[in-house]
Ligand binder design. Structure first.
Ligand code: ARG
Length: 462
């Protein structure tokens, strides 16, 4: 028999080419448990509206429970002939309850309000999963900071040596964007906690159903949508989710890029654990940072998912259009990718070894203490414009002679400027440079300890 939900006015069945194009069951099947939960809630409001007797409701719930079990154990699945998950599950219900009772459930609902509701439920669950995985990565980064409270490294701008910073300061700088991502997910969830069920195809229902009861039943804390057209046609909740996941990918890619660089022979800042790196099929000596590279690569894919979705939504007239079926695969993919990437990435970060000697050897290199000379001069009353020139002159002399700043003699200092007394040497060392930047957010050990405590307190409530 024909499983289509819309056969009545058609003399002919769908062409095979149409059926193939139209089918979404191969990717929307993952919404099946949510569809069944929605059906249960819908059956209850049909009963409340007097459209299902108590006995019919009880048998309907039994049928849905049996269908849910069959979906869970794989004995019932959708097929390409079912078109989509909603059609497949109606077939399953009809098989269990017969057409008289099974055929009653569809009253007052449409696949348009169903899919909009189920998609929200699915993404809300995955926002929580991804949020949990982000917290684990943050724990790993905080762990690295905590385990290395006093290791200095070269801080960079333009990838050039800029000023020495604490390694812990740098790690915590990667934690902050992830905290904002986690906050974005929570705020998105709050906005998405509104149920479109009851909107029908677009105009609402004439059957006296109670959308607020369905919303409460399905865990939508903020009730049902205020406008049924918007409820069925809007997908900004999908686009925003795609943005947040893309942003997470981009944030991971920035850590990843540094790990890839730090792991080179030239840098040798970190060593990756064997269990979280890969070898080469031809070069026996190779140990590659594949997890970091996959993170970098997948971030492009996540951005692509967002971009494709935005292009699909652009200029769509109200209300539902079939174009909207294209909204699911990109964000399902974004969930899938992050859910395999994050655990591997966290493992890589949690197990890497920090090469303290190498970081500290390079921390003062590249004249990274030149700013300290200038700021020391300012404290002696020299205008910063002049101080900057004088410190620059020190760098020039060092470059000409192939030496570092602290290797300049007292005579050389005095020749560059009368203000450069031997006391300048007190700031020409990394610990002094670090400790002097003790304002809020700065790189001094005392300031970084405050940041660490704040981040840890934040993580507890996140
Ligand atoms: N499979 C569709 C989607 O994902 C939902 C069904 C709505 N179909 C329709 N012809 N109105 O958007």
């Amino acid at each position: 028999s024909d499983v289509r939900l819309w056969g009545g006015r058609f003399a002919d069945g769908p062409a095979e080419a149409l059926a193939k194009l139209s089918a979404s069951v191969h990717f929307d099947w993952r919404l099946a448990p949510y569809d069944i939960a929605g059906s249960r809630a819908h059956a209850r409001v049909l009963n409340k509206a007097g459209l299902l007797t108590d006995d019919e409701l009880a048998r309907m719930i039994e049928g849905l429970d049996s269908l849910e079990a069959a979906v869970a154990d794989g004995s019932f699945t959708g097929t390409i002939a079912d078109e989509d998950v909603h059609t497949a599950l109606e077939r399953g219900l009809l098989e269990r309850l017969g057409p008289d009772l099974g055929g009653k459930l569809r009253a007052g609902r449409s696949r348009n309000d169903q899919v909009a509701t189920l998609f929200r439920m699915y993404l809300r669950d995955h926002a929580r999963i991804i949020g949990g995985l982000i917290a684990e990565l943050q724990d790993a980064l905080v762990g690295l900071a905590e385990a290395h409270p006093d290791v200095a490294m070269p801080g960079r701008t333009h990838l050039q040596h800029a000023q020495p910073v604490l390694f812990a300061h740098h790690m915590l700088a990667h934690v902050q964007p992830l905290s904002r991502d986690a906050e974005r997910l929570r705020q998105w969830d709050e906005r998405t906690a509104v149920s479109p069920y009851g909107s029908g195809a677009l105009a609402g229902s004439s059957l006296g159903l109670d959308p607020e009861a369905v919303a409460a039943d399905l865990g939508f804390e903020r009730g049902s949508v205020g406008n049924s057209i918007d409820g069925t046609a809007s997908r900004d909740f999908v686009a925003e989710f795609a943005f947040i996941t893309a942003m997470i990918g981009v944030n991971l890619s920035r850590i990843a890029e540094e790990i890839i660089i730090w792991n080179t022979k030239e840098f040798s800042f970190v060593t990756l654990h064997d269990a979280f790196s890969t070898g080469s099929s031809i070069m026996p000596q190779k140990k590659n940072p594949d997890i970091a590279e996959l993170a970098r690569g997948k971030s492009g894919r996540l951005v692509g998912n967002l971009t494709g979705l935005m292009a699909t939504l652009k200029a769509l007239p109200l209300a539902y259009n079939r174009d909207l079926q294209e909204d699911k695969e990109p964000v399902f993919d974004s969930c899938d990718q992050l859910e395999v990437l994050l655990p591997a990435f966290t493992g890589m970060m949690a197990t890497l070894t920090v090469n303290r000697e190498r970081m500290e050897e390079l921390a003062p290199a590249g004249f990274s203490l030149a700013t300290d000379i200038a700021e020391w001069l300012v404290k002696q009353g020299v205008p910063f414009r002049v101080a900057h020139e004088v410190a620059g002159e020190c760098v020039k002399v060092c470059e000409q002679q192939g030496i570092e700043l602290e290797e300049l003699t007292d005579e050389q200092f005095a020749k560059i400027s009368e203000h450069l007394t031997p006391e300048v040497r007190t700031v020409l060392n990394v610990p002094g440079a670090l400790a002097s930047r003790n304002g809020r957010g700065g790189t001094a050990p005392s300031a970084v300890a405050v940041q660490l405590a704040e981040v840890k307190a934040d993580l507890v409530t996140q």
